[in-house]
Design a protein around this ligand. Structure first.
Ligand SMILES: Nc1nc2c(ncn2[C@@H]2O[C@@H]3COP(=O)(O)O[C@H]4[C@@H](O)[C@H](n5cnc6c(=O)[nH]c(N)nc65)O[C@@H]4COP(=O)(O)O[C@H]3[C@H]2O)c(=O)[nH]1
Length: 790
């Protein structure tokens, strides 16, 4: 029991589930139909189904109507024929009975033993061809007959027996004439003697076919029936088509209603098994009934044929309709499908447009808009749940250079690779987005542990620093990252982004390839930077730049051998701004290019002016930054300036930082060769800090190297710096380069350099950078007193 119970429990939800599923399926079908009902491909079949229903309902209705009409008609005709037939039979039997009565009267009342000849003579007997009238003695012997051939005792003993006791009309059983093979019938009455005793019978014999001779095939067809039935249930005669039969026995009571209200019934006639609309009437005063039957098959044949025609037409119409609707539905389905496809394409296009609106096409990372949205959302959540989140701004160091050197395709490839590496460094819940150019931003929405941000930032720096393979070559880039934390560094999206940006610039300032957390101090620096940037944009047109000149002296004679032009910015509010403060800003913003051109032109003009004033023809050095160095117009600009100012190219020296040259040796060689073709001198600035390879140095068309100040600073004390400086000087001499020591501040430093055969020096120990008018005084002094100054 328990097992059954458990099964029952288990199956109940199963049944419920399948019922639910069915309901669900039906529901969804209805929903689908409701939603798409207006679609032609559904409307057509639905209309077709309705039309088919209408066609078939009408067809079947009309068939049924015709059938009913034909049935009613058959029943009516059966009744009508029955009524007529009844009247005919009544008359016929009455006439026969009248004859019998006439003979009986002549016999009994007039005492004629054989009244037949007299009656015949007086034409009171029926026609002899049809009827045989005879008189029979009580023992069955033929007394007289209208038929000449009839002789002997041919009476039925039963008939005699019946009439011996009754004075009624007797109707014999049908019998077949042995000679003709036709069915015959006999009607008889008793003859009384004068004393009233039985003295024989008078009878009329007739061909049974006589009673069914009114069979009209046009009405009764070939399968109808016309019959005379005795109340004993024995057919005296019945005719179907041309066949006349007799003697069949039926249930009289079942066939002949005992009411006046006659009607035709559809019956399977027991004597031949044919279904007929059968009407039966008992003859008044006689033990006979007339039977009329119309074959159902024949009566409904026309209707059935008609029905077949209707059905055939309906079927043909339905088939055509189905084909037509199928065709139309198919066409409209195809149309709907193509419309659907067009709509889907539209949706896909809209999705694509939306995707593009929120994603970076190059890296497929979220773009600035999407990042802002995500950041706003995450700030709201962090605020609600009192959580922290971090925004990391990342900028690639030297990206522009790679882009300019290797081309945009390589730059794009690099950015894509960086995007992949960045994503690999963070969790799936973190967001990496690209703001544009080489700027990326990372959102860390959940800071599980305090060190997570720093760890992630470090991981990113290491990942970016791994070499990239671009165009079959290995390249290295680094990144600078600025970090701001919600809520301490800002409560809204703008502030967090701005502060992360500030921190990122700070990271750049601090030598790149590092990360910086935002602080208030950074903010102040950033503000200053912003002030500088805004001011720088107008400094040229407002003529706020000045050039100062610092002398380079020969190490042995102390004579001024040349000068370096150094840029100064006289800011209206900030006063004199040092180049180390504003040149990085000018470099980042690209303003260094027009500013650099101004410097070159001014330095050349000044130098030519001094020459024209009779002062010594000395070389002048001008610094170039990385951006100036890779500027595609550098050579043409320089040539123009030289031509415009009339400057002797051999007196112009361009100082280029060693680190810059070593970043991309091939490109450096290309630019330097171009410069050299203009006959300008080339010096490597800040030498010793850029890890030059000797082979690279040998390739470059150089004229001078300037030892970095950091070596000179400790040259008098630190053994290591001494050794390095000695090595640099030796190397410079080996390569036949002028070796210049810069940042010489003390006598010790000067002595050391002199002892180690350095060529020239430059430093506060001799001269600080001064404006042109002051430098002119120095030059004039040297012209007047060309002696050693040191
Ligand atoms: N402590 C110390 N410093 C000394 C001494 N002797 C010279 N200096 C300073 O050293 C710097 C020499 O220039 P730099 O190494 O090319 O370094 C330059 C150069 O890289 C850049 N710069 C200056 N003017 C220009 C310019 O017109 N164009 C470009 N592209 N860069 C410039 O800015 C840097 C700094 O320029 P300044 O501030 O003028 O600083 C100058 C100069 O004033 C010394 O004995 N002790």
């Amino acid at each position: 029991m328990s097992i059954h119970g458990a099964n029952g429990l288990r199956s109940a939800p199963g049944i419920a589930k399948s019922v639910d599923a069915t309901a669900e399926a039906t529901g969804s079908l209805f929903r689908y139909v409701r939603e798409h009902i207006k679609e032609a491909y559904l409307l057509f079949p639905l209309s077709a189904v309705l039309l088919l229903l209408a066609i078939w309902s009408a067809t079947l209705y009309f068939i049924r109507l015709e059938q009913t009409r034909a049935q009613r008609n058959a029943a009516t005709v059966s009744l009508e024929i029955g009524a007529t037939y009844e009247a005919q039979m009544l008359r016929a039997v009455r006439e026969i009975d009248q004859t019998l009565k006439l003979v009986k009267y002549a016999y009994e009342a007039e005492g004629e033993r054989n009244p037949l000849p007299r009656l015949k003579e007086r034409a009171l007997l029926p026609p002899p061809l049809l009827f045989d009238v005879s008189v029979v003695s009580p023992d069955g012997g033929l007394v007289a007959s209208t038929r000449a051939s009839e002789t002997g005792n041919i009476s039925d003993p039963d008939e005699l027996q019946t009439l011996r006791h009754n004075d009624t009309l007797s109707i014999s059983r049908p019998w077949k004439d042995p000679l003709t093979g036709e069915w015959r019938l006999r009607f008889s009455r008793r003859l009384n003697a004068a004393n009233g005793t039985f003295s024989g019978i008078v009878r009329v014999e007739v061909d049974a076919a006589y009673f069914v001779s009114s069979y009209d095939a046009s009405k009764l067809g070939d399968q109808g029936v016309l019959g005379l039935l005795g109340t004993d249930g024995l057919f005296r005669v019945q005719r179907t088509g041309e066949s006349v039969l007799a003697g069949d026995s039926v249930d009289y009571a079942a066939l002949v209603p005992d009411t006046e209200d006659t009607q035709a019934l559809l019956l399977t006639n027991s004597w031949d098994g044919v279904r007929r609309y059968t009407s039966a009437r008992q003859l008044y005063d006689f033990p006979l009934a007339v039977i009329v039957g119309l074959s159902e098959e024949e009566q409904l044949a026309a209707v059935t044929r008609q029905a077949h025609t209707y059905l055939w037409r309906a079927a043909t119409g339905s088939l055509l309709l189905v084909l037509l609707v199928g065709l139309l539905s198919r066409m409209s389905w195809q149309l709907a499908q193509s419309r659907l496809q067009a709509a889907e394409a539209k949706v896909a296009y809209a999705e694509r447009v939306e995707y593009l609106a929120y994603h970076d096409g190059l890296t497929a990372l979220p773009n600035r808009s999407l990042f802002s949205k995500l950041l706003i959302q995450n700030i709201q959540e962090a605020s609600r749940y009192h959580r922290q989140l971090a925004v990391l701004f990342l900028d690639l160091d030297r990206f522009k250079q790679i882009n300019d050197t290797l081309g945009h395709d390589a730059g794009d490839q690099l950015l894509q690779e960086v995007a992949v590496r960045l994503k690999a460094c963070v969790r799936a819940s973190d967001t990496v987005a690209r703001l544009g150019g080489d700027e990326f931003v990372i959102l860390l929405p959940e800071l599980s542990e305090d060190t997570y941000v720093a760890t992630t930032a470090q991981k990113i720096l290491s990942a970016v620093a791994r070499p990239f393979n671009l165009r079959g070559k290995e390249f290295r880039v680094t990144a600078s990252i600025g970090i701001s934390i919600f809520a301490q560094d800002g409560l809204d999206e703008q502030t967090l982004k701005k502060n992360a940006d500030i921190a990122m610039y700070q990271a750049k300032q601090r030598g790149k390839n590092n990360f910086q957390f935002y602080s208030e101090k950074l903010n102040a620096e950033s503000l200053e930077r912003q002030t500088l940037e805004i001011g720088l944009r107008h400094a040229l047109e407002r003529n706020e730049f000045r050039l100062h000149y610092q002398a380079k002296r020969d190490i042995r004679s102390g004579q001024i051998t040349g000068m370096e032009a150094l840029l100064r910015w006289e800011h209206p509010d900030l006063g004199l701004v040092a180049p180390m403060q504003f040149i990085p800003v000018a470099e980042e913003t690209g303003l260094i290019v027009p500013i650099g051109k101004w410097v070159l032109r001014t330095a050349c003009l000044q130098n030519v002016a001094w020459q024209q004033q009779g002062l010594p023809h000395l070389g002048i050095a001008v610094n170039l930054t990385a951006r100036q160095f890779v500027d595609e117009h550098l050579l043409t600009d320089l040539a123009t300036i030289l031509a415009d100012t009339g400057m002797d190219a051999r007196l112009l020296e361009l100082e280029i930082a060693e680190s810059l040259l070593m970043q991309d040796v091939k490109k450096a060689l290309q630019v330097l060769t171009g410069l050299k073709k203009l006959n300008v001198r080339i010096a490597i600035d800040d030498f010793g800090t850029g890890y030059s390879s000797l082979s690279a140095l040998k390739q470059f068309p150089l004229d001078a190297i300037k030892i970095d100040r950091s070596f000179i600073r400790d040259v008098a004390n630190a053994t290591e710096d001494k050794a390095l400086t000695e090595a640099i000087i030796t190397m410079g001499r080996t390569l036949s380069l002028t070796v210049v020591a810069q940042g010489v501040e003390t006598k010790e430093q000067a002595d050391f350099l002199r002892d180690n055969a350095c060529d020239e020096f430059q430093g506060f120990y001799f001269n600080k950078p001064v404006p042109a008018d002051q430098f002119k005084v120095l030059l004039q002094a040297q012209t007047a007193r060309p002696t050693r100054d040191s």
